[in-house]
Write a protein that binds this ligand. Structure first.
Ligand SMILES: [Zn+2]
Length: 188
């Protein structure tokens, strides 16, 4: 399907493609270079820590990434962004998709990439070890917990786990073709 024919329809990007974008960007926000977090991992972590008897409010996860109830996701929850905005005719080709943190997603909106970077300049952290190079967004934690407790998984989480495992064993993910449009909501 041509991306232009889906303009405005907001079909979700397939989970496998989203995961491939995260892996390609090494789970770092393309715009601010901060590490992003895979939201379903936070749901599972909250579940297990609560089930273990911890009574204090955890605020690991909220479905809407509410700032008061899931502050980490409000800052660093992972999404897939159109580099050239969908609202301005940006395509769904993999090269137009990038990992974006929740904070940059709010700021960037439908701004073109160069305008976003002009308004929100990257400020490198001074330190002898430099910027983050990669991490995994807690995706491996998610898969590990889910594999150990398959009955706990929602259909969506099973699909995420399958997508992650596929991406980890398929190195040529950059060749994946995008069939859908932009994912309008938060990862669930
Ligand atoms: Zn960011």
């Amino acid at each position: 399907m041509q991306a232009t024919s889906t303009r405005g329809t907001r079909k979700p990007i397939p989970k496998l493609v989203q995961v491939q974008v995260f892996e390609k960007d090494r789970w770092l926000c393309r715009w601010c270079l901060r590490p992003v977090v895979f939201p379903p991992a936070m749901r599972l972590l909250q579940h297990f820590v609560s089930a273990a008897g911890h009574k204090r409010p955890l605020a690991f996860h909220h479905p809407n990434w509410r700032r008061d109830l899931s502050p980490l996701l409000d800052e660093l929850g992972a999404s897939v962004d159109h580099v050239h905005p969908h609202a301005r005719g940006g395509t769904n080709d993999p090269e137009n998709l990038a990992t974006i943190c929740a904070k940059c997603n709010v700021r960037k909106g439908s701004l073109p990439a160069d305008e976003h970077l002009r308004r929100y300049k990257r400020v490198p952290v001074k330190g002898k070890h430099g910027e983050p190079q990669r991490w995994d967004g807690l995706a491996s934690v998610f898969v590990t917990l889910l594999d150990a407790n398959p009955s706990l998984a929602t259909a969506s989480e099973k699909a995420w786990a399958n997508a992650l495992k596929h991406a980890w064993t398929t190195p040529d993910y950059c060749d994946a073709k995008v069939a859908g449009g932009h994912s309008a909501g938060h990862l669930s």
